[in-house]
Design a protein around this ligand. Structure first.
Ligand SMILES: N[C@@H](CCC(=O)N[C@@H](CS)C(=O)NCC(=O)O)C(=O)O
Length: 338
């Protein structure tokens, strides 16, 4: 009996050691004074720099939110632009602390790459962009088309499934870089550009006459996009996960960038927990009691970030659709802060 319990105790001790040994990222980020965040090489609405090198976008806001939660300063982020192909290696090697780059959560990525997806920041699906002059109204009319796509994406795989499933022929022309792919499409090297629908709208803005191009109605896949972290550091995984959840919950609770200071003084039990005037939920994450207020002050709530970056307040004008909150007709849902 004694021997068994000794072995059990050793196992517990080993677990504790493993956990503490893994839980370094938050400390590393704090010591460095800066979060290292992997983003795209320039995708309007999601992650793109302006001419002064100032990054904005929905994916950028997730990283600004994490920096705000840690440093109370959303500017403490170094953005690392990564191609679709290089993004996972940058996370695995430790070059970045988090990847927030229109990345689809799939089983193979979750299991074989040594990463954990922290949640969904945008529910997307794959679509097709064609020139209006082609006079095509449906993806089912694309038999024998040539298709521009970016290497290392889920889009490359989905397009094969779709054309095979519909007994259509096609030719894929794959590019390592999104700008090359969209330029090749514009110059007529391919009839179709395929990508996540949100990205079709974003990339269309880069074309000489965006109105000459149309997104076809078919959505051929599920592309749940979200931030991800390396395996082996559950505390950091929680920090990233709950930053996103804080933004979504803030929208549900009616907490906005402009009213957050006022709401933080509320007597409502739920808001007291959220703002840390009751309990210490933020500290349980390794952050401070006012972590939610810091995040919302920096980025606004999820809905505000959505509208500003990709929605009505942006050039993309993407409808909220599936990304509406679960209690407003969408599927955007975060576990409760309690
Ligand atoms: N969500 C898909 C596609 C992601 C992706 O990288 N798409 C390209 C196609 S436009 C892109 O965003 N490129 C922007 C860039 O490389 O900066 C995935 O995770 O594989």
């Amino acid at each position: 009996m004694k021997r068994v319990s000794l072995i059990a105790a050793a196992a517990v001790a080993a677990c504790v050691t493993a956990q503490t040994a893994g839980a370094q990222t938050l400390k590393t980020v704090k010591d460095r004074g800066m979060l290292s965040c992997g983003v795209s090489q320039g995708l309007p609405g999601f992650s793109a720099p302006d001419d002064k090198g100032n990054w904005t976008g929905l994916d950028v806001d997730v990283c600004r939110g994490i920096a705000a939660a840690i440093f109370d300063d959303p500017s403490k982020v170094k953005f690392v632009p990564l191609s679709a192909k290089d993004r996972f290696t940058a996370l695995q090697s430790g070059e970045i602390d988090v990847l927030s780059r229109n990345t689809t959560w799939t089983l193979s990525r979750d299991t074989s790459l040594g990463v954990n997806f922290a949640g969904v920041s945008y529910y997307d699906g794959q679509g097709f962009l064609v020139k209006k002059a082609l006079k095509v109204n449906s993806a089912l009319e694309l038999n024998s088309a040539s298709i521009c796509v970016q290497t290392g994406t889920t889009n490359e795989q989905n397009v094969a499934d779709y054309f095979k499933g519909n007994n259509m022929k096609y030719e894929v022309i794959a590019f390592a870089n999104a700008d090359e792919a969209i330029k090749a499409y514009e110059s007529g090297r391919c009839d179709v550009f395929t990508s996540d629908v949100s990205q079709l709208y974003a990339q269309r803005l880069k074309l000489t006459t965006p109105a000459d191009h149309v997104v076809l109605p078919e959505v051929i896949s599920k592309e749940p996009l979200g931030p991800l972290v390396r395996h082996g550091d559950d505390q950091w995984f929680d920090v990233v996960k709950w930053t996103l959840f804080a933004m979504i919950n803030a929208e549900e609770l009616g907490v906005t960038q402009s009213n957050v200071a006022e709401m933080a003084k509320s007597d409502k039990p739920e808001l007291k927990r959220v703002f840390g005037t009751d309990g210490n939920l933020g500290e349980q994450l390794g952050l401070t009691k006012d972590w939610v207020a810091r995040i919302v002050k920096a980025t606004g709530n999820y809905g505000e970030s959505f509208e500003r970056n990709v929605g009505a307040g942006s050039k993309l004008e993407i409808a909220r659709g599936l990304n509406k909150l679960w209690n407003k007709g969408g599927i955007m849902y975060a576990p409760p802060i309690r």
